[in-house]
Design a protein around this ligand. Structure first.
Ligand SMILES: Nc1nc2c(ncn2[C@@H]2O[C@H](COP(=O)(O)OP(=O)(O)OP(=O)(O)O)[C@@H](O)[C@H]2O)c(=O)[nH]1
Ligand SMILES: [Mg+2]
Length: 334
């Protein structure tokens, strides 16, 4: 390989480094060895340094584990959502459906700008596609052995501001156990990190006359268990998402199911608001398999709630009543 010729033919001279001629010529251009035409020096191939490329970290793009979420939260302002619900209620399908909506373009007034869990999302999404060669789209069950994982979405508002969402997914069996075990509740790390906790209510089980009574009791018990054990922090937004609205609406009872669901949700909201929870309830349909005519229900509004601008913190000084200093009493007089 050819390398650039040195500026001075005197190999002991450091002029190239410190600008001082070894023979004392000042200016250095006066030196006979300086800047004379020499051929480029041929460096034998065996003396050349082997080019060793530095290892490049490759983003796995798999779902984030708890430690990864903590690391992401150090880098960005992430809003964390916990999806709480028993097995087969539709937690993982909801995730796949949100990602699927962004694959088609802007959704809920937001544009997809990135994700650190693309591969995990794509894997979920593939089951919902015809290429999976399934008769109908079905998401594989989340196993109890699967660790708690988080799916990340970076979404941009019209003005360019980016909102980061991390949505937790874990197996429904764990939540079923948590309903009756405070020890398990203490292990639900996603609740400690969550800005918003969503309780998923299975609209299909609610539409079934056989399951309804036991199921509604268990569902209430779940919110009670988490609330009474202090797992729902003050200031955390809580929402009830009744899933599979296509089934609730089209099952035998038709309108009566929806009526029952709405009354049940309203009762829950009122009872838990009295206990101090900031709770609301909403219908959703993430995969209208039973009636395609129903389409996606409530997902756009849900994403808008999850990404809504946060109110600015109250910074005005608060009046101090019965303050000892006259100066502090001034504010109370206003
Ligand atoms: N008809 C209908 N089926 C749905 C809907 N959402 C989910 N499902 C179906 O409900 C079943 C369970 O959905 P999952 O998303 O796997 O439920 P999960 O809560 O993640 O369940 P676990 O992983 O067991 O905790 C799947 O067969 C879904 O296709 C919906 O909106 N409508
Ligand atoms: Mg699942």
């Amino acid at each position: 390989m050819n390398v650039a010729a040195p500026i001075c033919s005197d190999t002991a001279c450091q002029v190239q480094v410190d600008g001082v001629c070894r023979l004392g010529n000042d200016p250095v251009e006066g030196c006979p060895h300086y800047a004379i035409e020499t051929d480029e020096i041929e460096v034998p191939a065996e003396e050349q340094e082997p080019r060793v490329a530095q290892p490049v970290p490759i983003w796995s793009s798999e779902a984030l584990l708890l430690d990864d979420l903590v690391a992401l939260k150090r880098r960005r302002q992430v809003r964390t959502i916990a999806l709480v619900g028993e097995q087969k209620v539709g937690k993982t399908t909801l995730l796949a459906s949100i990602y699927g909506a962004y694959c088609k373009g802007p959704f809920a007034d937001l544009t997809f700008v990135g994700s650190e869990t693309l591969l995990a999302f794509a894997r979920l999404q593939s089951f919902a596609l015809v290429s999976s060669e399934r008769g109908s789209p079905t998401i594989p069950r989340t196993s109890r052995r699967d660790p708690l994982s988080f799916f990340h979405l970076a979404l941009a508002r019209a003005g360019g501001e980016v909102v980061d969402l991390a949505i937790a997914d874990r197996s429904g069996e764990t939540y079923t156990t948590a309903r009756t075990s405070t020890d398990v509740i203490a292990t639900l790390a996603e609740l400690r990190h969550a800005d918003r906790v969503c309780f998923l209510l299975d609209g299909a089980r609610l539409a079934s006359m056989d399951n309804r009574t036991a199921y509604t009791r268990h569902f209430r018990q779940m919110i009670n268990a988490l609330n009474d054990s202090g797992a729902l922090a003050a200031g955390q937004d809580v929402e009830i998402l009744s899933t599979k609205f296509d089934i609730t609406r089209t099952a035998d009872q038709d309108e009566k199911n929806v009526e029952f669901l709405d009354e049940y949700q309203a009762r829950l909201v009122s009872d838990f608001q009295k206990k101090g929870l900031a709770i609301s309830s909403h219908h959703i349909c993430a995969l209208p398999k039973a009636d395609r005519g129903v389409g996606l229900v409530g997902l756009d509004k849900m994403v808008q709630r999850w990404t809504a601008r946060r109110p600015l913190p109250e910074v005005a000084p608060q009046p101090v009543h019965n303050a000892t200093r006259q100066f502090d009493r001034l504010l109370a007089k206003l």
